[in-house]
Design a binder for this molecule. Structure first.
Ligand code: CU
Length: 324
């Protein structure tokens, strides 16, 4: 009896530990600063994460423990909010509501378990800092399956850029003047309205004090994909690529499309959906879509995100050579 117990004990002691049910601790260091970034060839003043706009892609696997150290080198307080993630309330990053603000010159460490998969993003939840550049993609993978090689992926983070101080943008919007419509050249003329037989509609709108064209209120200086208006990515004829598209803009809905091809939508806001094909998608602010594209042939094929009001676009070209 005792010998059997000792034997059982020895076997237990020698057997390898069972694989952990949960993954690794994934640690990131993010430094938030006020610095210049080059957008479309021009240096512009921004708020950056690790020196760039957008910040780095944070990548996790289901079951990981996220440990994210945020160092604030700015003169003002900041925060990071994990958009769409299920996290403990005190890690949600909404200052003065769930998490204390990260004061100037201090570090805060966010710590939460990764309990879901899919395409998400993170952004400052302090004042108007998100408009100034504090945002990035956050991607969570399924644990790898033996023998399954996932297709290539590209994260496409869309955003809108203004050279104005975001506080000035807010001030212009609050005064209800026509500064942005004039800049976008969609300011209606009273004579044009009379000519079109729409004088009463013109007066009605004037009375309501609404902006003349209400699709988008701000005139932006650029629309961006991964921080530039035009980027080039690899692509081979026949290759399938999974796009993780994120609308990280402040005030812009985007129509997204891929050359003359269809997008096969496989996930929305991080959740897998029954796949369907569509020529284009209108993405609201903060929405994410996963779309599979097939590069049709030789040459460069354009993924384009067009601002809903038609005032500009951002493009990612897949493949090289002649644009098809
Ligand atoms: Cu958000």
């Amino acid at each position: 009896m005792i010998r059997a117990l000792i034997l059982a004990f020895v076997i237990l002691a020698l057997s390898p530990p069972a694989p952990a049910a949960h993954g690794d601790v994934r640690e990131y260091h993010l430094t938030i600063a006020q610095s210049d970034v080059v957008i479309n060839g021009t240096p512009r003043h921004a708020m950056t994460i690790n020196g760039t706009v957008p910040g780095p892609v944070l990548r996790f696997t289901l079951g990981d423990e996220a440990v994210i150290h945020v160092h604030n080198t700015m003169k003002e307080s900041t925060s990071l909010h994990w958009h769409g993630l299920l996290v403990p309330n005190d890690q949600d990053g909404v200052p003065l509501l769930t998490t204390p603000p990260i004061e100037s010159g201090t570090t805060f460490t966010y710590r939460f378990p990764i309990k879901q998969t899919g395409t998400y993003w993170y952004h400052s939840h302090s004042g108007l800092q998100e408009q100034a550049g504090i945002y990035g993609a956050l991607i969570i993978d399924e644990p790898p399956v033996a023998g399954v090689v996932p297709i290539r992926e590209e994260v496409l983070l869309l955003s809108d850029w203004t050279d104005e101080n975001p506080k000035e943008v807010m001030r212009a919007l609050m005064t209800g003047n026509d500064w942005y419509p004039i800049r976008k050249k969609n300011f209606p003329s009273i004579f044009g309205a009379i000519e079109a037989g729409a004088f009463s509609e013109y007066l009605q709108r004037e009375w309501s004090r609404m902006a003349p064209m209400d699709i988008s209120d701000v005139a932006y200086d650029a629309f961006l994909v991964n921080g530039q208006s035009r980027i080039n990515l690899a692509g081979a004829p026949g290759e399938k690529v999974r796009l993780r598209i994120i609308n990280g803009s402040s005030a812009t809905y985007f129509f997204v499309q891929f050359a003359q091809e269809k997008l096969e939508i496989v996930a929305a806001d991080g959740m897998t959906v029954e796949p369907f094909s569509t020529p284009r998608v209108l993405m609201g602010i903060a929405e994410t879509y996963d779309a599979i594209i097939t590069i049709p042939g030789d040459g460069a094929y354009e993924f384009r995100a067009t601002a809903q009001d038609g005032s500009g676009s951002a493009s990612a070209f897949f493949g090289s050579g002649t644009v098809s």
